[in-house]
Design a binder for this molecule. Structure first.
Ligand SMILES: [Zn+2]
Length: 471
């Protein structure tokens, strides 16, 4: 899940101008509401942590789809032969063939949860004080349940989409392991999920502050994750005879320079639109700076001021930071080697080559080698087209009239990087609202509001219908 990484919550910390109190949105019909809740319970209670895998959950979804009347050839279970527990299920809702399909994505795996850390059973759905508690209730079995229920409801209503609607319930997003569902499906079964447009329910959503609706996200992009190993070596020797060539000092000096390096400000269509939209909500002085960075070119002094806030800094530029360090081999010996790991998060459009070049120049010491750990999965920005904005606003405003729809770039990453890298524009469009202070995904006592879940079920149904239209 990437929602918790959305830096826009910073604007809420800074204080927002007040909007209307959260009027409740529409709910699904009772039968659909009950079915969605039952599916949520079923999915939360099927453990899908990394070691257990997703096959049991994927098979359960397969059964629901078949029971709802989807043709067996349109419901495909697929797991990598070397990872049979990492099952995925893909369903195709056949349309009139007016254009390339739309693909909905939901991952089935969850992060581990230890019962002793929780105040309720993590792998049981508990309803308490207006909340559903349980691992996956916000990341993202809520989205999976809403998606499955919407498919069943559309099928029951004999809905005929303009184009095929595909839904893929997938494995291994959290662990990002070698059985990642979308990566496996793209590699081995691409025709099953080939689409002109992807909607991922793993990010996006609405943000409340003090019970008031602030904004609803349209996620178009995320930063690209890339890791480097720095290494310095030296002759070593006896600890009693220190000389000038000590790799720990060499590396430490380089890291000191890196700490003070700032990558250039780099705006994208999305971050410009984010700052421009959020400027309407922010206090006056911040607002002026936001408008100034949203202009082309961005105002450097405004960017500098905004960069003081960690989360805005991450929206304005590529970042690199030292995350691990090791060196030496004995207490009483001069080190022969020192290593550091540098974690970079690149802006869409930035490249590993340019980042490495900047590292080389900043470290400015030929005694420090720089190695790329693994080639990054490039994640280009998906275009912020008037059509996508219009569709998202139509659905969001049908649910929550007047709520600002804000395009966003996540600083974390999701399965979108797989589909975006495969040339399919992908958008994060969860329908769940949560408070800016709420941050329990991956943590203890994960929960979703009961009302918010029910509304997201209705929203997801409307979203499927809207996105299936080619106009
Ligand atoms: Zn997630």
């Amino acid at each position: 899940m990437i929602k918790t990484d959305a830096p826009w919550c910073a604007v809420l910390v800074l204080g927002l101008t007040s909007l209307a109190a959260a009027a409740p949105g529409p709910l699904p019909p009772d039968d659909d509401k009950d079915l969605a809740r039952a599916i949520l319970k079923e999915l939360v209670e099927i453990k899908t942590t990394h070691d257990v895998g997703t096959t049991v959950a994927a098979r359960a979804i397969e059964q629901h789809l078949l029971k709802a009347g989807f043709a067996p050839e349109d419901v495909v279970f697929a797991a990598p032969s070397d990872h049979p527990i990492k099952g995925n299920v893909v369903v195709r809702f056949r349309g009139r063939g007016r254009g390339p399909a739309v693909l909905f994505l939901g991952h089935l795996d969850v992060v581990e949860a230890k019962a002793e850390d929780w105040s309720v059973e993590p792998f049981k759905l508990t309803q308490k004080d207006g909340w559903f508690y349980g691992r996956g209730t916000i990341d993202m079995k809520d989205g999976d349940a809403a998606l499955l229920e919407a498919l069943i409801r559309l099928r029951r209503g004999r809905f005929e989409p303009d184009r095929d609607v595909i839904a893929a319930f997938t494995a291994d997003e959290e662990a990002g392991g070698d059985a990642n569902g979308p990566a496996f499906l793209l590699k081995e079964h691409r025709p099953l999920i080939e689409a002109g447009l992807v909607v991922n329910l793993d990010g996006g959503g609405g943000t409340y502050k003090n019970g008031k609706r602030q904004f609803f996200e349209l996620g178009t992009s995320e930063k690209t994750y890339v890791t480097y190993t720095l290494e310095a070596t030296g002759p070593g020797g006896h600890g009693s005879l220190p000389g000038p060539d000590n790799p720990i000092y060499t590396l430490a000096d380089g890291l000191g320079r890196l700490e003070h390096h700032h990558f250039p400000v780099m705006m994208t269509d999305t971050t410009r639109a984010s700052f421009a939209s959020l400027a309407d909500l922010a206090p006056a002085e911040v607002s002026a700076d936001m408008r100034a960075v949203a202009r082309n070119p961005p105002d450097p002094a405004a960017a500098e001021r905004l960069s003081q806030e960690v989360r805005f800094n991450a929206e304005l530029r590529t970042t690199c930071v030292a995350t691990l360090i090791s060196g030496g081999h004995a207490e009483n010996a001069l080190p022969q080697r020192a290593k550091a790991t540098i974690q970079c998060r690149m802006m869409p459009g930035d490249s590993a080559a340019s980042v490495q070049n900047a590292l080389t120049n900043t470290l400015n010491d030929p005694k420090i080698t720089i190695a790329l750990d693994a080639p990054p999965i490039v994640s280009p920005e998906s275009p912020l087209t008037p059509q996508i904005r219009k569709k998202v606003e139509a659905v969001a405003h049908s649910m929550w009239p007047g709520v600002p729809v804000v395009p966003t770039m996540a600083t974390g990453f999701s399965d979108d990087r797989q589909t975006r890298n495969a040339g399919m524009p992908s958008y994060d469009l969860s329908g769940v609202w949560s408070d800016s202070a709420e941050n329990r995904a991956h943590g203890r006592d994960e929960r979703v509001g009961v009302r918010e879940f029910d509304e997201s079920v209705e929203y997801t149904y409307r979203l499927l219908e809207e996105m299936s239209k080619t106009k």
